[in-house]
Design a protein around this ligand. Structure first.
Ligand SMILES: Nc1ncnc2c1ncn2[C@@H]1O[C@H](COP(=O)(O)OP(=O)(O)OP(=O)(O)O)[C@@H](O)[C@H]1O
Ligand SMILES: [Mg+2]
Length: 464
C-alpha cells in the first residue's frame, strides 16, 4: 500500500524510515510549527507524528487543523501517555496510533485503514493547483486563477475587512467568498449571504440590520439581522452595486465604526463579522454614473479579489479542466456516473472556442445537459447546446431572425438581446429564462432592470 504523499513530523530518523515504504513522496517537518506551511504547500494524504513529538503539541495541532477544516488522516507513533490525546484519537475517525514503531504489520494495517478512511482529503491534482488547500474546491490552473488564489490566501490571512470580489456573472465570486471565509474562520463560523438585487430597499435593510417589534406595520416581532447573526463569521453581500444609495450610507457607517442599530432600535450592536461584497458590474463606472457612493467604493476597494472571465486568454486553459471536473463530479444522472469518460476532440474544440457569457455556471449547465443527452461514453458536439450567437471564429455568421447581430461587437447590446430572447423563449417566466441563460434568477432580475426590458402587454384573449 503506497500513498502519494506522506508528511512526517519529528526529528527522529526512525520515523522517516518507518514511513518510507508507504509513500511515493515523503516530506519532513522537524517541528510541529512547520506542519501548517507544509500542509498548504504539499497537501499530503497522511501526516505521521513521530515518538519524539510532544503529545500536547500534537493534540493542539489536530484541534486547530480541525477548527480550520484542514484535517488530514493522522498516524501517531509510539506510546501516547496522554489521556486527552487518546480520547481525541478515539473520536477522530481518520486518526490512529501505532504503539510499536518496529511492528511493520501494524504500521501497514494502520496506513491501509487510514488510506480508506472517508475523511481522506478529496484533493485531485488534475483539477486543483498544487498548493490549493483541499478544503477549497476551486478548480483551475490558469495564470488568472493562480493570481486569484494568491489574493484569496493573502486576504484571508490578513485582517482585511471589508473584502471585495469582482468578476462577471458566474465566474465563481461566491465560491471565492466561501474560500476566504473558510481559510479565515474555519467551518465553525457562519457564512450568511444576501443578494442585494433580489430584495426591496426596506426588506434589505431589515434583513441586514434586523428590526425591533413595531418598527413598521408588519414588524410583529423583533428580528435579528444578518450582521448580528453572522457573529464572528462572514456576511456575503452579493451584487452590492444594486444596494440603494441610502442603505450604502448606512453600510459605510458599519464598516467605519463596526457598530449598527436595528431598524427602529436605539441600542448600538457591535459587528464582528467579516463583510465580503461582490459585484459583477464595474463599480468605478457605477460611481462615475452616480449610482454608487464614492466613499463606500474606496472603503471596499482595499484589496479586491478579481475573477477573470472564462474567455480571457489568461483563463481559457481552465475551460477543459472545468468541463472534465464537472463530467467527473456531476450527480445529475447517477446511473451514468463514471461511464462518461470525457469529451470528443471536436467537442473540446467547440468548448474552447465559445465565448461563455455565463462563465463557469454556464459551462456547468452545458455539461450537465450534455450528460443527460449523451448515450455514448464521450460527449460529442451534437449534445453540447451552446448559444451560437456567442461562438468565436465561426464561418461567416448567418444572420437570420433567430440569431443576434454582433456586427458592432457591443457586448451590452448582445447581452440585452440575449436576455430578451431567453425571456420570450421562456414565455416571460423568469426562472425558466434564467436557467436557459445559465444564470441565477437574481442575476436575471438585475439584467432586466439594467437593460429596462419590459414584457409586452398581453392582448386580451377572446372568451370563446
Ligand atoms: N473555479 C471553479 N471551480 C469549480 N466550480 C466553480 C468554479 N467557479 C465557479 N464554479 C461553480 O459555478 C457556479 C457559479 O459560481 P458562483 O455562484 O460562485 O459564481 P458568481 O460569480 O457568484 O455568479 P453570479 O455573479 O451570477 O452570482 C457554482 O455552481 C460554482 O460552484
Ligand atoms: Mg453570486
Amino acid at each position: 500500500m503506497t500513498l502519494e504523499k506522506i508528511l512526517v513530523v519529528g526529528r527522529q530518523p526512525n520515523t522517516q524510515q518507518a514511513a518510507r515504504p508507504f509513500a511515493k513522496k515523503l516530506y519532513a517537518a522537524d517541528e510541529v510549527e512547520d506542519v501548517w506551511e507544509l500542509l498548504e504547500a504539499v497537501d499530503p494524504n497522511l501526516v505521521i507524528f513521530g515518538q519524539d513529538v510532544d503529545r500536547t503539541d500534537i493534540l493542539q495541532t489536530l484541534q486547530s487543523l480541525r477548527k480550520h477544516n484542514l484535517e488530514r488522516p493522522v498516524l501517531v507513533l509510539g506510546p501516547l501517555n496522554h489521556p486527552p490525546l487518546e480520547t481525541y484519537l478515539a473520536e477522530y475517525k481518520s486518526a490512529e496510533c501505532v504503539l510499536n514503531i518496529e511492528n511493520n504489520d501494524q504500521l501497514a494495517d494502520a496506513v491501509r485503514r487510514l488510506s480508506q478512511s472517508e475523511e481522506l482529503p478529496a484533493s485531485d491534482n488534475r483539477f486543483f493547483m498544487e498548493d490549493c488547500p483541499s478544503s477549497v474546491s476551486i478548480v483551475g490552473k490558469s495564470r488568472a486563477m493562480m493570481q486569484t488564489l494568491r489574493m484569496i490566501r493573502l486576504v484571508a490571512q490578513s485582517n482585511c475587512n471589508p473584502v471585495l470580489i469582482v468578476g462577471e456573472t458566474g465566474t465563481g465570486k461566491e465560491l471565492a467568498a466561501r474560500a476566504v471565509h473558510i481559510l479565515r474562520n474555519g467551518s465553525q463560523q457562519r457564512f450568511v449571504a444576501i443578494n442585494c438585487a433580489a430584495l426591496t430597499a426596506n426588506l434589505l435593510e431589515s434583513e441586514l440590520f434586523g428590526h425591533t417589534k413595531g418598527s413598521f406595520t408588519s414588524a410583529d416581532r423583533e428580528k435579528i439581522g444578518l450582521l448580528e447573526l453572522a457573529g464572528n463569521g462572514t456576511v456575503f453581500l452579493d451584487e452590492i452595486s444594486e444596494m440603494p444609495l441610502d442603505l450604502q450610507a448606512k453600510l459605510l457607517r458599519v464598516l467605519q465604526e463596526r457598530k449598527f442599530r436595528k431598524v427602529g432600535g436605539l441600542e448600538e450592536i457591535e459587528c464582528k463579522a467579516t463583510i465580503i461584497a461582490s459585484s459583477n458590474r464595474n463599480l468605478f463606472q457605477e460611481v462615475e454614473a452616480g449610482r454608487f457612493r464614492r466613499d463606500l467604493y474606496y472603503r471596499l476597494c482595499v484589496c479586491p479579489i478579481p475573477l477573470a472571465p472564462l474567455r480571457a486568454e489568461s483563463r481559457r486553459e481552465d475551460i477543459l479542466l472545468l468541463a472534465e471536473y464537472f463530467i467527473q463530479t456531476s450527480t445529475i444522472c447517477p446511473e451514468k456516473r463514471g461511464k462518461i469518460k470525457g469529451l470528443t476532440s471536436m467537442a473540446a474544440e467547440m468548448l474552447t472556442r465559445y465565448h461563455w457569457p455565463g462563465n463557469v455556471r454556464e459551462l456547468k449547465n452545458v455539461i450537465e445537459r450534455a450528460i443527460l443527452l449523451e448515450s455514448s461514453d464521450r460527449i460529442g458536439t451534437s449534445n453540447l447546446l451552446l448559444n451560437p450567437a456567442f461562438s468565436f471564429e465561426t464561418d461567416q455568421p448567418q444572420e437570420t431572425a433567430q440569431t443576434i447581430s454582433i456586427k458592432d461587437f457591443s457586448l451590452e447590446k448582445a447581452e440585452r438581446e440575449l436576455v430578451k430572447k431567453a425571456l420570450e423563449e421562456a414565455g416571460w417566466q423568469k426562472s425558466r429564462a434564467a436557467s436557459l441563460l445559465g444564470i441565477t434568477r437574481a442575476t436575471l432580475y438585475a439584467k432586466v432592470k439594467q437593460y429596462n426590458i419590459q414584457e409586452p402587454e398581453k392582448k386580451p384573449q377572446p372568451v370563446s
